[in-house]
Design a protein around this ligand. Structure first.
Ligand code: NAG
Length: 329
């Protein structure tokens, strides 16, 4: 009996071996890891199901927790970009209304208004259409983008330039970050400042762009070209901030975003929050590509420090990341 069994299993092993040789050992070597990987994915999927681990959107329905946010678009003579921008954001579920800051000498044309309203009609969810307002300004000043909006219905403002576009999930994620820190500026474009040691005799601050942040990993501002903030800061910017700062911004046609960062930092004593996110630039001619940009920005920082009597900006190295979109911890 024992001998017979041994013979049987030996024959089985031999047959298996032949079958393997027949398949070709190279192919087995390739297929086996694939098979193991496949099984792992299947098992992991089952486990996720079993434990109730499902990716779900953070909020359901057309308007999420809170009342949603208002998008404040700053545009200037780039109607094609404005159309693209409105078309894109109108499908974001947390969006309550859109305000377009209009500072051109001519009012928006009927065809532009018609086009935008048509877009919003097409994208309306459950019959709820996003409100669209043009905020028309007589004079052309960068301070216009922070004017108080009378019929504003949300606390959250998402301030953007017309030439940057963020995917809706990215915007909604930043909104959820802002909801947990509504006094803070929450944005996608970090900038930093530091004390310039090369100028020994005076306290001179330098302004650092993207590369400085990338190198140092710290920041002290997020730019209003892509940031969430509370609507109360519009009132503070327009009515409480020293008029000399607004005059400086108007004269120099620059630095309204740095002024806003100073204002929020002075009010909270805390740094802003940088949110990681994909940025798509749809236009490429900004003032930041001009020569001497960094030097002019540094001058703004130093001017505002004099106005405040101290440096209000606070450094941080915190970066908010959507953990649903990370593979590794
Ligand atoms: C900075 O904040 C302080 C304290 O809240 C306030 O009294 C002061 O007016 C602010 N400074 C400016 C220039 O707004």
């Amino acid at each position: 009996m024992v001998v017979m069994r041994g013979g049987y299993s030996r024959r089985l092993v031999q047959r298996l071996r032949q079958a393997l040789i027949g398949l070709g050992s190279v192919r087995v070597k390739l297929l086996l890891p694939c098979f193991v990987l496949f099984m792992l994915v299947v098992v992991a999927g089952r486990a996720a199901n079993f434990m109730g681990w499902r990716h779900k959107p953070l909020k359901q329905g057309s308007l999420p927790l809170g009342k949603g946010y208002t998008i404040l678009i700053n545009t200037w003579k780039r109607n094609d970009l404005l159309k693209q921008s409105v078309e894109h954001y109108s499908s974001c579920s947390g969006l309550h209304s859109i305000h377009i800051v209009w500072s051109e000498p001519d009012p928006p044309t009927d065809s532009l208004r018609g086009f935008l309203h048509h877009v919003l009609q097409l994208k309306s969810i459950n019959g709820r259409e996003v409100d669209l307002h043009f905020d028309i300004n007589q004079e052309d000043s960068l301070n216009n983008r922070f004017k108080v909006i009378k019929d504003l219905e949300t606390d959250a403002i998402f301030s953007i330039d017309d030439d940057v576009v963020f995917p809706c999930p990215t915007v909604e994620f930043a909104y959820s970050v802002w909801q947990s820190a509504p006094d803070t500026m929450v944005g996608f474009v970090p900038r930093m400042h530091w004390l310039d040691k090369t100028k020994e005799d005076e306290m001179y601050y330098a302004y650092g762009g993207w590369w400085s942040v990338w190198w140092m990993g710290t920041y002290s501002m997020v730019l209003s070209k892509a940031a969430f903030f509370h609507r109360k800061y519009l009132d503070m910017y327009t009515n409480q901030m020293p008029a000399s700062i607004r005059d400086y911004v108007t004269r120099n046609r620059n630095c309204e975003d740095i002024a806003m960062s100073f204002l929020v930092a002075n009010a909270t004593g805390a740094p802003p929050i940088w949110v990681q996110g994909k940025i798509f630039e749809i236009g490429s001619t900004g003032i930041s590509s001009l020569q001497g940009h960094s030097e002019r920005r540094s001058q703004c920082v130093n001017r505002f420090v004099i106005e405040y009597g101290h440096m209000p900006l606070v450094e941080s190295s915190v970066k908010a990341v959507d953990s649903r979109r990370r593979w590794f911890w």
